[in-house]
Design a protein around this ligand. Sequence first.
Ligand code: 13P
Length: 257
Amino acid sequence: MRSKLVAANWKMNFTANEARAMLAALRAELDPESSTLAKDREVLIAPPAVLIPAVSQALAGSSLLLGAQNMHFEDKGAFTGEISAPMLKPFGVTHVILGHSERRHIFGETDEAINKKVLAALRHRLVPILCVGETLMQHDAGNALEVVVKQLENGLDGVSSEDIERVVVAYEPVWAIGTGKNATPEQAGTIHGAVREIIEQRWGREAAVKARIIYGGSVTPENVDSLVSRPDIDGALVGGASLRADSFARIVRARVG
Ligand code: 13P
């Protein structure tokens, strides 16, 4: 059985002091339950890059994992403002979110650049969380699946059959991000099923069974249970509701029914 991955994408929120206060509150909620939760749940915090050292310290001794929100595909060089995998790893970073829709749409990231980042993450033994998802216009035009398949195939181009098992795909419909309008469990379940089929076609049955495909877009304590109860939804990537310890803790405790 695949364990559920519940990831907090803090986006551009919190100072170091605010992050420490948030994590103290979150740990007070989750640490006592960690042995029960550990059975089928992984919890990840992805803070802004500059907070990674502070968050790394604040997470010491907890079972919470540390992720980055982005990284460059090169290890070093003349890339002003960028950070690389070898810079992240010493802080205990294990995961990196790549190709988030805000990176694609606000900062112009292409499938090609995202693919290079996925391959770089795998090379450095980081788990890439590849984000895919259609815009409202694409959704309304009935092109969701086509868009997701293209982003997936381009983003995972060249990933080996050994490495595919370490990749997490996050389906985040752009129209659901920060809007309060989540995809229904049925809508998300259909896309997740299709993503799993593509993985099976390209990398085989075993890879498809092991691959984790999580959902993001207005996940809340109210809707998380029904989303993660779908067999193809292996967790959640949470923005707004991850900024409060009580709501994120409730999402982590999602009931799978
Ligand atoms: P919201 O949960 O705020 O809709 O954000 C989702 C997201 O973009 C997570 O990466």
